[in-house]
Design a protein around this ligand. Structure first.
Ligand SMILES: Cc1cc2nc3c(=O)[nH]c(=O)nc-3n(C[C@H](O)[C@H](O)[C@H](O)COP(=O)(O)OP(=O)(O)OC[C@H]3O[C@@H](n4cnc5c(N)ncnc54)[C@H](O)[C@@H]3O)c2cc1C
Length: 429
């Protein structure tokens, strides 16, 4: 392989790009991964992250050695948002691991499978021949390098460096995101309880690690307002002194996936494609699944020159399953976040949010309830017109979007389907 030509150029060596490079190389493809940071720079700044036990099977990532585990939790406790009310979602075994080490291991697996990493390369511009994307131009210090391949992958995270250059991959709301703010505490006067606790409504969570806790909040707010809300919420919940060890800021997508993950010569994955589980947790595992689907399709698609039609099978496999489920969850999430904290409490008390729903969203990325099981709690809430109206509207819209996404079209029928998709998700713009 000449370094500047390959079967696949993956842009972005974060968790999804590194994993994709590994999976593609394991299928015998020549893969070059371009990462803008230096090899010895931390691959991620968030420190610890959570990875559900079931994700090891789904992604093929080997289970960690004991020395790699910060801690593990047998279940997750969800509050609605008051602390004294909760459901324990058991069986959601979750590992806390160090993200920098995790990415380093993914990159090693990719290199062992034959992928080549080129660090300090910032992809700038897509190369095109007519409508077809044929690679990228990357800056390397003062120099420019050209990389060519039948398929280029945008795995650049929320900056979406390449996706932004392709008209048609956006719609109103495509750039919405949650800012995330996490504090690491020690020596707290009133420490959070053991395990992982997640609060619906304020969208906050705490997790206890050996010797410290994290307290996080993710919302669609500017960072300074988010920090103020964080101080207010956690100040009330855990008053008294605590030592701030470090603070972490970041962002996650709060947007629907584009109508297609592929164009001629381009595939979009991970946060760049908003194929990550909406809301907290499992962003990494759920972003890996489309990369795994893509690995099954790419060998033949590359042989066929990386055309949009050859890559289309990735769309079909993604949208008819995880894509439809995430569209449902995201539309429901918008509904949930439109409720006041008091309304979330009422919805919780009436049985609109149950341990079984939460278990299903963790395990299967979906909520499957017979219609009566929605109607009963809604009827119980008949005096809370605001909750019924907001939740009911979200439910109807979520079902409508999910049904549309499930019926993902052929490449030929795509334009009509995409117009309706943009209209449906544009509502959230
Ligand atoms: C505070 C916080 C906590 C989180 N906790 C969890 C958790 O517990 N569990 C979980 O599963 N998920 C968690 N997530 C979400 C998770 O971090 C993301 O879903 C995941 O990092 C997305 O991976 P990615 O590879 O798509 O993008 P990124 O991680 O953003 O990686 C993109 C990579 O591309 C590189 N890049 C960007 N532009 C270019 C360019 N032009 N050229 C070359 N390289 C480029 C970047 O340097 C980076 O290395 C959390 C997120 C935040 C912010």
């Amino acid at each position: 392989m000449k370094l500047n030509t390959a079967d696949v150029i993956v842009v972005g060596g974060g968790p999804i790009g590194a994993y994709a490079a590994w999976q593609f190389a394991a299928k015998g493809l020549e893969v070059v991964c371009l990462e803008q940071r230096k090899a010895n720079q931390a691959a991620s700044d968030i420190g610890a992250f959570h990875f559900e036990d079931i994700a090891f099977e789904r992604t093929g990532v080997p289970r960690p050695k004991p020395s790699q585990v910060i801690c593990d939790y047998p279940d997750v406790v969800v509050h609605p948002p008051q602390h004294d009310k909760f459901v324990r979602v058991s069986g959601i075994h979750t590992w806390a691991l160090d993200l920098t080490a995790f990415i380093r291991d993914l990159r090693k697996s990719a290199r062992d499978a034959g992928a080549v990493f080129r660090y300090g390369r910032q992809a700038r511009e897509l190369l095109r021949e007519g409508n077809r994307i044929t690679g990228v131009v990357a800056a390397f210090g003062e120099k420019e390098e050209t990389y060519r391949a039948p398929v280029t992958v945008d795995a650049t995270g929320l900056v979406r460096s390449l996706r932004r250059q392709v008209p048609g991959l956006d719609f109103p709301g495509a750039h919405r995101q949650f800012n995330v703010y996490m504090e690491y505490w020690s020596d707290a006067d009133t420490p959070p309880p053991d395990g992982i606790h997640s609060y619906l409504g304020p969208n906050t969570w705490t997790a206890r690690y050996p010797g410290y806790w994290i307290a996080g909040m993710g919302r669609e707010l500017p960072l300074d307002r988010l920090k103020a809300e964080h101080a207010l919420w956690f100040g009330d919940l855990y008053p008294g002194k605590k030592k701030l060890q470090r603070a972490v800021t970041g962002a996650i997508p709060y947007a629907f996936a584009p109508p297609t993950l592929v164009t001629d010569g381009l595939l979009v994955l991970g946060d760049a494609a908003a194929t990550n589980k909406p809301f907290n947790g499992e962003g990494i595992a759920s972003g890996m699944i489309p990369a795994r689907l893509a690995a099954d399709v790419l060998p033949s698609a590359v042989k066929a020159g990386g055309s949009r039609v050859a890559l289309w099978e990735i769309n079909r496999r993604y949208y008819t399953d995880q894509g439809a489920k995430f569209a449902f969850l995201l539309a429901m999430g918008h509904g949930l976040l439109s409720l006041t904290e008091d309304e979330v409490m009422a919805a919780f008390d009436a049985g609109l949010i149950s341990a079984e729903d939460l278990r299903q969203t963790f395990y299967n990325y979906t909520v499957q309830r017979p219609i009566l099981e929605w109607a009963m709690p809604l009827a119980r809430l008949s005096r809370r017109v605001g909750v019924v109206r907001k939740y009911g509207a979200a439910l109807l819209r979520a079902v409508q979007i999910a049904r549309h996404v499930e019926k993902y079209p052929t490449a030929r029928d795509f334009p009509v389907w995409a117009t309706k998709y943009r209209k449906l998700v544009g509502h959230f713009g």
